[in-house]
Design a protein around this ligand. Structure first.
Ligand SMILES: [Mn+2]
Length: 320
């Protein structure tokens, strides 16, 4: 089955490739791996890859400079390939190009995938779209550059082989990719762990100013608009701080309050075990998953913390 997925491509003069809006590592990695692979297999074809934007951290991927970030919507491709997209909507502005194409292919790993193409290849047990692609590509065509792109996607979607989607198969594939002599330490550090100086300063402040409540079961930190302005920080710069708060020993729930207006806070919540933070987020009009949720709330920081910790306390009481 896997080997036929790309059959429609042979003979295609023009091929379009796109991933989802707000591209992450797996999206960028899979689009670039496909771009490089098809470029080798079908040198006569004109291949375009589209992404809404390209995060700077993926600069090391070969061909990244040829990504199109604007869309000529009147173009018609012989084949258009959607990668790492659960549904057509996720393609964003590339959706028009996709719909206009003569043939469509959808390759993904989301269990919720709506199979919206002529040819669909979805592996819900795969860690990432990059892992899925590995099962399609001809082994002898995988070179160092394709391997680096695939490895990037696997690393990002597994949180560096940590999340529960990491399987024995994932590790085997990652191991095989290493045999292509890719700079794996550099890929992991530069695209995943590296922070800017400002990001580290904000992280440091949040950790220093954090407080423990509920007998050490809950950790809370707050970032004011003033602090954000002081560091010249963008909202993106506080990504990941909540995860560092969460791994504090003894903590069950971590809360990060980001002041986004007068008496308005964007609250991120993470739970380690039993507490369902999505219940709390939904109660206040937000949403998310059992262990990761968010909500925007009005009031002073004190009010917000009080209201949320009360609900965490209730859940902890019910569980004990
Ligand atoms: Mn993915």
């Amino acid at each position: 089955m896997a080997n036929n997925i790309l059959d429609k491509i042979s003979g295609a003069i023009s091929i379009g490739i796109a991933g989802h809006v707000r591209p992450d590592g797996d999206c960028v990695g899979s689009c670039m791996a496909m771009f490089l692979y098809l470029g080798k297999r079908y040198p006569e074809a004109k291949i375009d890859v589209y992404l809404e934007m390209v995060p700077e951290v993926f600069h090391y991927i070969k061909g990244i400079d040829s990504v199109h970030t604007s869309y000529e919507t009147d173009k018609q491709y012989d084949v258009f390939i959607a990668l790492d997209c659960g549904d057509l909507e996720r393609l964003g502005d590339a959706g028009t190009l996709y719909v206009n194409a003569k043939h469509t292919i959808n390759i993904d790993h989301h269990i919720s995938n709506t199979k919206f193409a002529d040819v669909n290849y979805v592996l819900p047990d795969a860690s990432s779209t990059c892992e899925t692609l590995y099962t399609i590509f001809e082994q002898e065509e995988i070179d160092k550059h394709i391997a680096a792109a695939l490895y990037t996607g696997i690393v990002h979607d597994t949180g560096v082989f940590k999340h529960s989607n990491t399987s024995a198969q994932t590790m085997k594939i990652a191991g095989d990719l290493l045999s292509h002599d890719i700079p794996f330490s550099k890929i992991i550090d530069e695209s995943f762990y590296q922070k800017t100086y400002v990001q580290n300063q904000l992280l440091g402040r949040c950790l220093t100013e954090s407080i423990l409540v509920l007998d050490g079961k809950c950790i809370v930190s707050t970032i004011s608009q003033k602090t954000m302005e002081f560091y010249g920080a963008r909202p993106k710069d506080i990504d990941g701080i909540i995860d560092q708060l969460r791994v504090t020993k003894g903590v069950e729930v971590a809360l990060l309050l980001h002041e986004t207006g007068t008496q308005q806070y964007k609250v991120s919540m993470r739970s380690n075990n039993q507490v369902d933070v999505s219940k709390i987020a939904v109660y206040y009009g937000g949403g998310g998953h059992v262990k990761a949720a968010g909500v925007t709330m009005q009031g002073t920081a004190y009010d917000v913390i009080n209201n949320i910790t009360k609900m965490i306390y209730q859940q902890l009481q019910e569980l004990s």
